[in-house]
Design a protein around this ligand. Structure first.
Ligand code: HEC
Length: 130
């Protein structure tokens, strides 16, 4: 009798556990179990993870990398149109060169180390046009 109730408990416990978790060996069930660990895709299928789809826009780079200083004026970073005017007068080439290599408290590439020169340039255009 004792053995029987232990077995019954075991059955109860395993069925309760098995309810939300399909541990059968059907292909669908296996796929489901694997899915959250590493989404598998076959050649020709759309990649599950977002791949870079080309250069980021000036606004995207600005929001991600430049805003911390240029949106707040931190460290004296030019923020308003008035701040920008005398800098724009230096010419875009100078601004781009200073952005890529750094300029006083302005860090090289505005800390966006994976930004291409074109992306930095687009971010400058976005900032100086505001
Ligand atoms: C850690 C703060 C910080 C970040 C992040 C930052 N900047 Fe700056 N930036 C500055 C400061 C401070 C200056 C002013 C430097 C000076 O004139 O001494 C500046 C100046 C500039 C200038 C003017 C340079 C000149 O010659 O007058 C440009 C252009 C510029 N930043 C572009 C960017 C771009 C593009 C990004 C993002 C990709 C960025 N910055 C991110 C702090 C920052």
């Amino acid at each position: 009798m004792k053995k029987l109730s232990a077995a019954a408990l075991l059955v109860l416990a395993t069925t309760a556990y098995a309810q939300p978790y399909d541990n059968s060996m059907t292909e669908d069930a296996i796929k489901k179990r694997l899915a959250p660990i590493g989404a598998v895709y076959l050649e020709g299928e759309k990649a599950a993870a977002a791949e870079p789809t080309g250069p980021r826009s000036g606004e995207q780079v600005y929001q991600a990398a430049c805003f911390a200083c240029h949106g707040t004026g931190a460290l004296g970073a030019p923020k308003s149109a008035d701040d920008w005017a005398p800098r724009i007068a230096k010419g875009k080439d100078v601004l781009l060169e200073h952005s890529i290599n750094g300029f006083n408290a302005m860090p090289p590439r505005g800390t966006c180390m994976d930004c291409s020169d074109d992306e930095i340039s687009a971010a400058i255009d976005f900032m100086t046009a505001k």
